[in-house]
Write a protein that binds this ligand. Structure first.
Ligand code: SAM
Length: 195
């Protein structure tokens, strides 16, 4: 099964999206959570957010992962000469990293493409070190977002707002916060791995 439709794959790699994601969305999505140390990005695509992440956060070493090998290849080209970025092919539901490997895990607009998204949250909790943070944003399941994805035909499992906070808590993450935005079509989230 394809990870995303050709249209959405094209959109995520397009220069306009790269500009919007890096310049307008990144700061909003990170909600002031400091990015220092080992940072893991799930479903980072071709690196739209990652490019700006390392520019704005000089104290982090970023591992960018994606399930789609086309995206991974594009990210590898983008960061070929950037020693602070490692690009890995990885499924968010079965991360190839040992427990407690990361200070921060970020997830931007990707969870709704992970059919087993609860399993991805379990993996986030596993690979975070005690005190580590999970932060990012996604779409909310609404008639509008469902309609767009139905038309686009990308495999997806949109998440209702009321589902996310309990799901984060069930993985053992604490202080989970979910805030809707953009006319309740999107939600930003943060959670912390307890000591
Ligand atoms: C809408 S794109 C967002 C890309 C990037 N985060 C951005 O903000 O530009 C969703 C990304 O999630 C990836 N993805 C989907 N399912 C995944 C999974 N199970 N594990 C890792 N990445 C996945 C897709 O290949 C795609 O690159």
């Amino acid at each position: 099964m394809p990870v995303m439709s050709i249209a959405e794959r094209w959109f995520c790699q397009s220069p306009p999206w790269r500009w919007v994601a890096g310049r307008l969305v990144l700061g909003w999505a990170l909600q002031g959570v400091p990015l220092r140390g080992a940072v893991l990005e799930l479903g980072g695509g071709s690196g739209a957010m990652a490019e700006e992440t390392i520019r704005r956060h000089p104290d982090c070493e970023l591992t960018v992962t994606d399930l789609d090998r086309v995206m991974v290849a594009a990210a590898e080209r983008r960061f070929a000469n950037e020693p602070r970025v490692t690009v890995r092919h990885a499924d968010a539901t079965a991360l190839p990293f040992t427990e407690g490997s990361f200070d921060v895990v970020v997830s931007h607009l990707m969870l709704h493409h992970v059919i087993q998204w609860r399993q991805a949250l379990e993996e986030v909790s596993r690979v975070l070190r005690p005190g580590g943070r999970f932060v990012g944003y996604d779409l909310v399941a609404t008639p509008l977002t469902k309609g767009l994805h139905w038309a686009d035909r990308s495999p997806h499992q949109l998440i209702f707002r009321h589902q996310l906070r309990p799901a984060l808590s069930q993985t053992g993450l604490q202080a989970a916060e979910v805030r809707t935005a953009v006319g309740r079509q999107a939600m930003r989230f943060t959670a912390t791995k307890p000591y």
